[in-house]
Design a protein around this ligand. Structure first.
Ligand code: G6P
Length: 605
């Protein structure tokens, strides 16, 4: 999705803005632009395609002395990804420059009104309309002008705004799309998310919905909905700049796969004490836990897949009906929900539009809501009754790995705790399960050693057009995530199936050389899944089997996963399959960290 940066300070803005935009590249974009401001007005640079094109045109920012500016990476929604449609957009009189993230839902009405008023629009975007509206509403008082304009906008948006009459200020507006202020020694930064400001500062302010902020070289002021200044405290983020650096790794994805032991340990360990899961992970009283009628785990993409695993683990341990739901479906389904329903919203960014909408719907319906989120201070965290933080650190690759691993860990904690509170997990069982949880980081570390084997396998596989991942129970939930990993970065069509479901249609696609990865890590289901493996092999499929048991000649390649608690096996089986996805994409020459059409943080519905 689009990325916003802004800077006002004592240094030249252009190189800082270009560096900030580079740090937002991972969000996904197709054009980019920068506006610089000083007493003589704007300098605007916009280019389609990679940021390097813009940086080359600006000569890396060399010789551009302005100390105030805004920048943007655009992920096209309204209008093609051309330089003309790239941000920043200027008002007709050239007094306002705007960068925008999000979607203006009433853009057709606004466009017609502006056209009827004689305004000549220069782009196809909804974003330019904001600049034109600012010109129309301009009364010299920028916060109040911004308020009157944003009152006319429907949808979710974040804005960075410059005004020629106040050339030493950057303005920002947040409405359901994240914005962060970073306060550094060299000046004050604005950004769509924390990694963009980390090289300069760990002191951040997370703006809240409805906030209008004014940034100067000395600091910032935030105005609330009533126009009065309000306190938005500076927070010190635990994230560090080098966590958002690629280091010696070829790709962020590979680095983040290797960071999984630490991400899982950091998520688990604060909540494991003397063989128990600490009570604060779950915001329920004993009576509420016992009275609970259902748990719904909601998320998008891999977060939903983590919920699929979590629902099975929780239902087995806490003996309460648990389901995982795609967030974009939950909100429109009119789900049966009441105060005895716990809705757990899972999100790395804490800003995914559909997950936020599901959270708000669950609250409206009276459910208890909590978040499993990776970004402290994110909207999801702020709006939930309680937050269980995944401590994966900043995740940059679009294809999530360590955040997914940390989400699984967090959901295990919730499952064990809920079981304890409901009396379905005995103290002895809690001791055993927490000991198993403590083993996970080192078991995951061990599985990272499969990297050469997975690379060799990726090289050996025939040119694939399709792939299938099968498994039962938790293995099926893990298969969904493994399939998504391969698909999203290598562009190979891939599907995941409950192994028993394959013969109800999809088996007709099996032919000589079809690639099937079979996950059979749950010992109790091994013989059943092996039967499914035999079925597809009989039709010519080439099978990679993952199992925690010793099975001879059951498949074309067998990968033995260390035996652990079956409930937690998804944390292990996914690791070699993430690596397989990574190396397959590598062999195909794909742009692994920036897969086409995808965005890291999906802040529109
Ligand atoms: C995008 C990302 C996925 C992620 C999903 C949900 O599609 O590419 O990796 O799983 O959004 O994101 P969230 O931040 O809510 O976990």
């Amino acid at each position: 999705m689009c990325g916003i940066v802004g800077y006002v300070g004592r240094q030249a803005a252009a190189p800082l803005l270009l560096q900030g935009l580079a740090r937002l590249e991972y969000r996904g974009y197709d054009s980019a632009g920068v506006a610089l401001l000083d007493g003589s007005g704007f300098c605007v640079y916009k280019e389609a395609g990679r940021l390097s094109v813009l940086a080359a045109r600006m000569n890396g920012g060399e010789g551009l002395p302005q100390t105030v500016g805004i920048g943007h990476t655009r992920w096209a929604t309204h209008g093609a990804p051309t330089a003309r449609n790239a941000h920043p957009h200027l008002s007709d009189n050239g007094h306002w420059a705007v960068v925008h993230n999000g979607i203006i839902e009433n853009e057709a009405v606004l466009r017609r009104t502006l056209r009827e008023a004689g305004v000549v629009l220069r782009s196809d975007t909804d974003s330019e309309l904001i600049a034109q509206l600012l010109q129309r509403e301009d009364d010299g008082d920028v916060p109040s002008t911004l308020r009157r304009v944003t009152a006319q906008l429907e949808g979710s948006f974040a804005l960075g705004v410059l005004y020629t009459a106040q050339p030493e200020r950057v303005y920002a507006v947040r409405c359901q799309s994240p914005l962060v202020i970073g306060v550094a020694d060299e000046g004050v930064f604005l950004a769509s998310d924390i990694p963009a400001v980390l090289p300069y500062t760990q002191r951040c302010v997370m703006l809240q919905d409805g906030d209008v902020a004014c940034l100067t070289a000395e600091g910032y002021t935030v105005y609330g909905a009533d126009g009065e200044p309000l306190q938005r405290p500076l927070q010190e983020t635990a994230w560090e700049a080098e966590q958002a650096e690629r280091g010696a790794y070829a790709h962020f994805m590979l680095k983040e796969i290797h960071e999984q032991p630490e991400a899982v340990a950091a998520t688990l360990l604060p909540h494991l004490q003397e063989g128990r899961v600490t009570p604060e992970v779950l915001p329920l009283t004993a009576a509420q836990a016992v009275a609970l009628k259902r748990v719904v785990l909601v998320g998008c993409g891999s977060a939903y897949h983590a919920g699929m695993v979590g629902a099975q683990v929780m239902e087995r341990l806490a003996r309460v009906p648990c389901v995982a739901e795609v967030a974009s479906e939950y909100r429109y389904r009119q789900p049966v929900t009441d105060g005895d329903t716990l809705v757990v919203c899972i999100s790395q960014s804490g800003e995914t539009a559909d997950t936020l909408a599901a959270l708000r719907e669950a609250k409206r319906l009276g459910a208890r809501v909590m978040a499993v989120a990776n970004v402290e201070g994110s909207t999801l965290a702020a709006e939930s009754e309680a937050v269980l933080l995944t401590r994966a650190g900043p995740e940059i690759a679009v294809a999530t790995t360590k955040a997914y691993a940390a989400q699984l860990a967090a959901l295990y904690l919730l499952a064990v705790r809920l079981g304890v509170m409901r009396g379905t997990v005995t103290p002895a069982e809690e001791q055993r399960l927490t000991a198993e949880l403590r083993r996970l980081p080192s078991l995951i570390r061990g599985l990272l050693k499969t990297a050469p084997q997975m690379h060799a396998l990726a090289k050996r596989l025939p040119p694939l057009t399709d792939a299938y991942f099968i498994g039962r129970g938790i293995d099926h939930a893990a298969a969904l995530e493994a399939s998504l990993k391969l698909k999203e970065i290598s562009y190979i069509h891939s599907e995941a199936y409950a192994a028993g479901e394959l013969k109800h249609g999809t088996i007709s696609l099996m032919e000589s050389g079809t690639f099937v990865a079979a996950l059979a890590c749950d010992k109790a289901l091994l013989t059943k899944t092996l039967a499914n493996v035999r079925e597809v092999r009989a039709r010519g499929a080439w099978v990679l089997l993952l199992t925690a048991e010793t099975v001879e000649e059951a498949a074309d390649e067998v990968l033995t996963i260390p035996a652990a608690e079956p409930l937690f096996q998804a944390s292990l089986s996914i690791v070699p399959l993430q690596l397989l996805g990574y190396y397959t994409a590598l062999e195909r020459g794909c742009d692994i960290d920036h897969p086409r059409n995808l965005a890291k943080s999906v802040t529109v519905e």
